[in-house]
Design a protein around this ligand. Structure first.
Ligand code: AMP
Ligand code: MG
Length: 401
């Protein structure tokens, strides 16, 4: 028997084949959420553009703060920096307003008393206080964000702050999803007969693809038939940048995906050292990359997240590394070490000092509830026993979907 392929090795092999898609488009910044930046962006301007006040109060010279000062001008946010601040004077100033030349500190209004145009300040004043220096957020000419960045809300704000109204991003990848199996029925169609089940993988995969900001191309249900499989694969490969199937990659007589992909392109079929999961196919249909996931719904979720997700992200031009991994104390026992790397569905809790992982009771690969009712995957390497209190690597599902 050939040894099972370790998860890390399978991942390395698929990533070696993922050449980033090069198609670039310009989008309005307001619509750029989740898009992948296709350019390095540098700032033409400094942010903030002026030294400005962090407080409502008075701008003055710190060295003069102990003497009474004439209030000589008033500077509101949005106005220009005002006149040079003469010795012995102070300027009434508001948050965000530019500091007048000559001033080197702002005293907040709560520490000031103005009477008949003369200001008295209480408490110590040091040079620089309550002044936000020009360029403290972004220096003019500096690189703000780099290519390969998935744009988050705060990144949209950052680009807006330097005056960008558009961004050059990679065209979202089109990912075709085909669900194989004669036993499948679409939800919404009446009359589930014995032996039939509703097609859940199509929905899980549509959600996973869209969560990555990619376009879901619906390949529907493909019957367990060689010609129908070949036709569906050919159509999907023509319409998408990557084709993903679920089911039909075991070695049973009704598993046609392997033979048809081999006919239309090229295929490796692996037995992965992963649980849930195990059979996984990887190849191409013509020039379109192909990933054949197992059929069991939980295996679909786990193998998509561990293998297909990083592959698709790299294809999409994303440069960010894998999600940060956390560690949590096992609140359960794994008595028998397994031969495959196991991704247990757990719920992370917190006892006030550290994370705790609680095991979902039924870990069968057919039990999709185990994913819905968990919030993390606990990684159990092959050959590992787990005692209560052991520190486990966990991958929060929030980082994946
Ligand atoms: P297969 O690899 O095609 O033998 O499928 C393995 C198991 O996954 C079988 O029990 C199938 O019924 C189940 N399965 C396959 N595809 C789907 C699907 N799209 N939705 C729900 N269950 C599925
Ligand atoms: Mg099947």
């Amino acid at each position: 028997m050939t040894p099972l392929l370790p998860v890390a090795e399978a991942l390395a092999r698929v990533l070696a084949q993922a050449s980033p898609c090069q198609a670039v488009m310009e989008v309005a910044l307001i619509d750029a959420l989740g898009a992948v930046l296709a350019e390095d962006v540098s700032a033409d301007i400094a942010v903030p553009g002026d030294d400005n006040s962090a407080m409502d109060g008075y701008a003055l010279r710190a060295a003069e703060a102990e003497a009474p000062l004439q209030v000589s001008q008033r500077i509101a946010a949005g106005s220009s920096a005002g006149a040079f601040l003469q010795a012995g004077t102070a300027a009434r100033i508001f948050t965000g307003a530019p500091i007048p030349p000559g001033a080197d500190a702002v005293v907040m209004q709560e520490n000031c008393e103005e009477r008949d145009g003369v200001l008295a300040v209480s408490g110590p004043v040091v040079a620089g206080q309550n002044i936000r220096p020009r360029g403290q957020d972004i220096a003019a000419g500096s690189t703000v964000l780099v290519r390969g960045r998935v744009l988050r809300p705060q990144d949209m704000g950052l680009l807006a702050s330097i005056g960008r109204a558009t961004a050059r991003v990679y065209r979202p990848l089109r990912v075709a999803v085909l669900s194989t199996g004669d036993e499948l029925l679409e939800p919404g169609s009446a009359g589930l007969e014995r032996g039939q089940l509703y097609n859940s993988n199509r929905y899980t995969l549509a959600g996973l693809v869209r969560t990555l900001g990619m376009t879901f191309v619906d390949g529907g249900i493909v019957p367990d038939d060689p010609d129908a499989t070949a036709q569906a694969l050919t159509d999907a490969a023509a319409a998408a940048d990557c084709v993903i199937t679920s089911g039909g990659v075991s070695v049973g007589e009704e598993d046609h995906v392997k033979a048809q992909v081999e006919r239309l392109g090229q295929l490796d079929l692996w037995k992965l050292a992963i649980k849930p999961g195990k059979p996984l196919a990887f190849g191409r249909i013509g020039n379109t990359p192909f990933i054949g996931l197992p059929g069991n719904p939980t295996s679909v979720f786990v193998t998509f997240c561990l293998i297909a997700r990083p592959f698709l992200l790299q294809l999409q031009g994303v440069s960010e590394p894998a999600p940060a991994r956390l560690y949590a104390r096992a609140m359960f026992v794994v008595g028998k070490p397994g031969g495959r790397q196991e991704y247990l569905r757990v719920t992370l809790g917190n006892d006030g000092t550290e994370l705790q992982a609680n095991l979902f009771a039924n870990q069968s690969s057919g039990v999709l509830s185990s994913v819905s009712h968990s919030n993390a995957l606990a990684v159990i390497p092959p050959g590992t026993r787990v005692e209560v209190g052991d520190l486990l690597e966990v991958i929060p599902l929030d980082a994946l979907v």
